[in-house]
Design a protein around this ligand. Structure first.
Ligand SMILES: Cc1ncc(COP(=O)(O)O)c(C=O)c1O
Length: 405
């Protein structure tokens, strides 16, 4: 009989006592530094997922750890019943970073999306004059905005929604990337168009050039808010501060999360213009943890890291080179490579092994990546990776792709 390892125990405890709402790769991590993580058996892996872009700055970035530690030693949570000395500066700095007016801090991405929905509806009733309870929000096919009942209600992914109804009305779904469909869907009750400028969970799906700019014009003409969910695409991941920057589009509301918390704690926010955030009054919305001094201290350091534009530019150049290399390799197992910044979606060809098997083979070679929708591999290393580290991972990726057919 083989001895049970720490890894076995950890997996079995999770299997026995945790809900089975995930199906993780069988690796039990216990340490991380920069782009590297280690498992309980001492093996080292390159993190090519970055916790779905929450780890844009790598594991335990010294400046983020310092900011968190200093704040931990002073004050962690006040609730919004009182002011704290971090929230005001955080709001001012994040609003300036987004070129907008106001910030409403929350915790998870889904909460920020819910917040944007509430803001858009209230704005619609109070400013646009939509009849009570008639507000509509246009969303996209293939969207992923989180896991609350309202949000999964307008998803078209059967796994995300089946068994969780009844769902909230007031959402209209249009094909992603189709400006004409958006134009036709917008009516007198439409208050917002909620869109991911790049669809991350769908497999790094990039809309046709000009789509976001067209959406901006359609929204302007119809008096509809453009709400960009940049929870995954924002804060440097797509090779710009925001994925919307690729088309010089400024949304009325940014929805941010993931990397805003530096991989340390959940920090999300809605950032937007006075006219919209101004519709909320005391008691109408809130969160016990949102805007905590700890969250704000970490978020402020994240913004300081992003203020150095080299991180974003250099990671984008690495992403361009990685995509060029993968395309040049022309692996028969690969149907398409999509890329923006250091963010790649690799669609596997018909007949190739499932993307899950590819992730497992990558793991065996020391690279952690994640499959999505059975046929797509997603590669999103920390933006802080060096070219040499990324090359190392790409060599392993080449080996795996070469053996998938
Ligand atoms: C675009 C987008 N919005 C919202 C979310 C939900 O964020 P969270 O898991 O923090 O609730 C995600 C998560 O993957 C996302 O990719």
């Amino acid at each position: 009989m083989t001895a049970r390892t720490d890894a076995d125990e950890a997996v079995q405890a999770e299997d026995r006592h945790g809900a089975h709402n995930y199906d993780p790769l069988r690796v039990v991590l216990c340490r991380g530094e920069g782009v590297w993580v280690r498992d309980v058996e001492g093996r080292r892996y390159y993190d090519a997922l970055s916790a779905y872009s929450a780890m844009n700055f790598g594991h335990r970035h010294p400046r983020l750890v310092r900011a968190a530690t200093e704040q931990l030693e002073r004050l962690t949570l006040t609730s919004r019943a009182f002011h704290n000395d971090q929230l005001g500066p955080f709001c001012a700095e994040l609003a300036a970073f987004c070129g907008s007016d106001r910030v409403l801090p929350m915790n998870t991405g889904a909460e920020a999306v819910e917040t944007a929905i509430k803001l858009a509806r209230k704005w619609g009733y109070e400013r646009k004059g939509v009849a009570p309870d008639r507000a509509e929000i246009v969303v996209c096919a293939g969207n992923f905005h989180g896991r609350t009942t309202t949000i999964v209600g307008f998803s078209d992914d059967p796994l995300a929604r089946t068994g969780f109804g009844p769902f909230a009305p007031g959402f209209v779904r249009v094909p992603y990337g189709d400006a004409n469909a958006l134009r036709s869907a917008v009516g007198e009750n439409t208050v917002a168009f909620l869109v991911e400028p790049i669809q991350g969970e769908a497999g790094v799906v990039i809309p046709p050039a000009g789509y976001l700019a067209a959406a901006r014009s359609i929204c302007d003409e119809a008096g509809v808010l453009l709400v960009a969910d940049e929870v995954q695409s924002g804060l440097g991941r797509a090779g710009r501060r925001f994925a919307c920057d690729h088309e010089h589009v400024r949304p009325d509301l940014y929805v941010l999360g993931k990397a805003l918390g530096g991989g340390i704690l959940p920090v999300s926010a809605v950032v937007g213009i006075d006219e919209v955030l101004g519709v909320l009054h005391p008691g109408e919305h809130g969160s016990t943890f949102g805007g905590s001094p700890l969250a704000c201290a970490v978020g402020r350091e994240v913004l300081r890291l992003l203020a150095d534009s080299r991180l974003v530019h250099e990671s984008a150049a690495l992403g361009d080179a990685a995509a060029a290399r993968l395309r040049a390799a022309a692996h028969p197992s690969v149907r398409e490579v999509r890329q923006r910044g250091l963010w790649l979606g690799i669609d596997l060809a018909d007949g190739a092994l499932p993307a899950r098997r590819a992730s497992e083979r990558l793991m065996e070679r020391g690279v952690l990546a994640k499959d999505t929708h059975e046929t797509t591999l997603r590669i999103a290393p920390p933006l802080t990776t060096t070219a040499a580290e990324l090359d190392w991972a790409l060599e392993r990726l080449d080996e795996v792709l070469a053996g998938l057919l």
